[in-house]
Design a protein around this ligand. Structure first.
Ligand code: NAP
Length: 198
């Protein structure tokens, strides 16, 4: 589990992508993911509930927020949702104003503000947003569930980075339906990969 520091919450990603690295089609559709999920064992949540239980808030891109607005029931009950947008005219629909709050800070400033608000672990969601946080090296844990389909084009999970980043493998799980899930933890230079014997 991602570890908070005094300056910012721990940041974790829990996301599904196609074999070719897309989280949605170009128009945002995730029909291919829902079709794959339909082949999964009934009741299998691929560790989602456990991951959710470990976070106290969500930070999501405005486009992901748009796509979850219609979900009924609201999937994040009890967890504040912070929606990042650069638009000043965008507003949270009245039905979701109790659950979601717009944030206009840059990633680092938002995390500092959340730490000051007492948030210790956040679930970061949305491809563009994950890329933005990765560019600033602000992600601590990555759980990616790869589903066995190529969709050829779409919205990417991964993007350019200013420098390489080393990640330590924490766990690999796979299911008969063909899903493969990896969890990686960011390996920073001040965190040795293994503890040396004394
Ligand atoms: N496969 C999965 O598990 C999964 C998970 C989540 C989402 N999805 C799908 O992915 C799609 C959405 O992902 P996406 O990558 O297209 O977009 P996204 O990351 O959800 O949202 C992008 C938007 O977030 C805001 N944003 C991004 N970086 C920002 C920054 N540094 N500062 C402030 N605001 C920033 C901007 O909003 P403004 O344009 O308002 O300024 C930007 O347009 C949806 O179709 C959703 O269904 C799939």
């Amino acid at each position: 589990m991602m570890v908070p520091t005094p300056d910012r919450p721990g940041v974790g990603v829990f996301i599904a992508c196609s074999l070719d690295g897309f989280i949605a089609r170009p128009d945002g559709a995730i029909d291919w993911l829902l079709a794959q999920h339909a082949a999964a064992p009934p009741g299998e949540d691929f560790g989602y509930a456990r991951f959710m239980a470990g976070v106290d808030a969500l930070v999501m891109g405005r486009k992901t927020f748009d796509s979850v607005l219609g979900f009924d029931p609201w999937p994040y009950a009890g967890k504040p949702v912070h929606v990042m947008t650069r638009q000043r005219h965008f507003a949270v629909p009245p039905a979701r104003q109790a659950e979601a709050r717009l944030r206009h800070e840059a990633p680092g400033a938002l995390l500092a503000a959340l730490a000051a608000e007492g948030v210790r672990r956040v679930y970061l969601d949305g491809g563009e947003l994950i890329q933005a946080f990765l560019r600033e090296d602000l992600v601590d844990e990555l759980t990616v569930t790869t589903v066995p389909v190529l969709i050829g084009q779409g919205r990417r999970l991964w993007g350019p980075l200013p420098a390489d980043q080393a990640w330590a493998l924490e766990a690999v799980r796979h299911w008969d339906c063909g899903f493969v899930q990896t969890t990686h933890r960011r390996q920073r230079t001040d965190q040795p990969r293994t503890t040396s014997p004394a």
